[in-house]
Write a protein that binds this ligand. Sequence first.
Ligand code: B3K
Ligand code: ZN
Length: 876
Amino acid sequence: GPTIKLEDYRPTDFVLHSVAMTIRLFEGSAEIDTQLVLERREGVGADTPLVLDGDELTLSGVTLDGAALAADAYTASPERLEISALPAAGRFTLAIGTRIVPEENTKLMGLYRSNGVWCTQCEAEGFRRITYFLDRPDVLAPYKVRIEADKAAAPILLSNGNPAEHGELPDDRHFAVWDDPFNKPSYLFAVVAGDLDSIHEEFTTASGKPVTLGIYTEKGRVAQAGYAMDALKRSMWWDERRFGREYDLDVFNVVAISDFNMGAMENKGLNVFNHKYVLLDSDTATDADYAGVETVIAHEYFHNWTGNRITCRDWFQLCLKEGLTVYRDQEFSADERSAPVQRINSVRRLKAHQFPEDQGPLQHPVRPREYKEINNFYTATVYDKGAELVRMIATILGRDDFRKGMDLYFERHDGDAATIEDFIACFEDAAGADLTQFALWYSQAGTPSLAITEDYDAASGTLTVGLKQALEVGASGTGGAPFHIPVRFGLVGSNGEDKAFTVAHGAEVDGDVIHLTGEEETVVFENVGERPYLSVLRDFSAPVTLHHEQSLSDRLALARLDPNLFNRWRILNDLVAEALVEASRKPLAPSQPPLPPEIVDAILGSAGDESIEAAYRAQALALPSEPEIARMLAENVDPDAIHAAVEAAKRFIGERGRKLFEAIRADARPAADFSPDADSAGRRSLANVALGYLAAASGDPAPAEAQYAAARNMTDRLAALAILVHRFPAADASKAALADFYTRFEDDGLVVDKWFALQATIPDVAALDTVAGLLDHPKFTLRNPNRVRALVGTFAGGNQLAFHRADGAGYRFVAERIAELDKLNPQIAARIATTFRSWRSFEAGRRHAAKAALENLAAIPDLSNDTRDIVGRSLR
Ligand code: B3K
Ligand code: ZN
């Protein structure tokens, strides 16, 4: 396909004023009539034709102001409708008829059927699979949508906006009309029709406007929608308080669908969700699932202002809505749960997904400059690094000026399709700041490194801090110009409090932030008294890799004393990661402990500190992931060596901390009634981490077996099962529990997904045979994205030993699945193909095998644009 470039942006030749649609749904087909009121843009020549986008469409008719068009006035193909001889000036109405077959739509883009329910997914370019259109985000219009369907098959008929009329039709059919008064781009269009259950609640906005909230589910599942409803109301309340944003329509509907390409979609007034992010109860969902539902409900709701009321001028500006909305949902979770724990989670996620992307062939700037397939740019870089950039603006400006900038953004750009430049200008204007250098973060790809040195002079009580930034080796196509890096810091005294100081000279220091803007700068802190412990990059104030030359004793002191809880965690996590990297490079001598004991004791100290919340203590115990260690190694990676190092570390921690872990377990009597609140979830999490270490150290499956049998919620049940299946795959107890789990939950697809995923992640090269065998399981299908992700996606993304098998069989297996899936659902195929992205960092044998698998994919002649783009960029 062609390459689309940011620099080529120009507005459409025609302006769209309004859209009216009639959608007639039948078994086996759908008829779409679309009326567009259009007008030639001023200055566009009278002979310029109107070119509308299509994708696999069949035109059934077209009229101009009610009259048929001459045969030579238009050309139609599945991909395009071009109309010439349109009025030189003034408004005209084009009526376009298309016919589609939702039942045959396996790409799940456009209008399709999921378990009998008609539903749509239009972002990014799905609307053109429903009707010919100016299918781009800067074409905004009000929509009026009439849906007609059989009453029994689809008693519920939903679209965007507010409900207008509804009524009966002949042949046991009925109709409903929906009116969306807000200008919107086509990617926010949605229709849902089917036999759905629902719950409704009223919400009154801060200014007293009543809103009816609805959540729709497949039959029999609405009892599992209560938590999502609760999360929705809390999100609405929070956005009013924190950002002054109120909801704007009379209704807000959420529909839970079982076949969905991603998590959820923020269509105006009608969010469509993967049911994984709506449906749960304590028997079938873990605490992590609850947190996921809360986050995704909030995220899609927050899009109503950041994405819908203000949308993107073009897809290059995707981070304008996604990075900002992730930042908003992270802030929401920090307020609803625990700020340090939330920050630890976000940083872990950034390092697990975004750092490797930024350090490999799929690297791109937060605002890309070109793409071949936009769906491949819904990435960790756009979302998670995009959120970090917004957080850095808040750090640089401070909370009040940041809020002023956001207020100005909402005021100035409401109703617009905006750009990153527009967004940044609001903060510059509101705060009187210059963000020119900061804006490089949007255009320059790669993770910069930040080196910190310190020099204390006792005689003068002066601490000199050196800061030096550099772009990581391998960052391509970028100028390497220095970033504006906000470094949050503190000078910690031996009493655990931040010390006062005066800044003599050097880089700009504003409160607790050093602004590093040059490549290399120093800051001289005077009057610091006795030597402080330097705590830098607090709260991970910039997405960089940190190299702080600091003694082990200083680091261990900070791990105990730092008033910034995030940094206490980060410092320990770095120490462990560095030790594991070393242990993975060359086998330890038999006399050497797998981790330095003083580091283990520091971890156990954090984990045993009852003055800190349990969720944080659990985080202190969670080791860096094996892919994270692989990323730090950067070259000649041997996943077997990493796994051996991590396993040895787990056993060692388990032995050294046995008393603590037993005490934690003894303390964790489950409450009589399950509550999903953050505090209770944190306690469960700590107890389950303790169980894992005890199992690692003892080699005894019995405690996990007992917990599985006694479990009264999915969190405890699945944690026990994972320990059994992953650590003792051959034990009878493990096999029995796995079988019991399946029989108990075989009718609940979301739990069956957990059963598949658990087996896909058994840390053993033999897991490949297990996964290959499961392809023939009656519940496996390539047609349900959740199921494919659970088995194939989880295997490729989460099984370091079996996907990255030395014999290359894991790579070949996944490449074959990608090829099969590509024929049905290219978006999911392309997503799974990204699991190859770090192939160059592995040792030679694996590197060659991965490359061969990618080349085999590239050689398939009719490979989709989606998968070809990922494979091509990965090989480049
Ligand atoms: N905006 C959608 C993602 C659409 C992905 C299209 N391939 C969900 C979200 O980010 O909220
Ligand atoms: Zn989003």
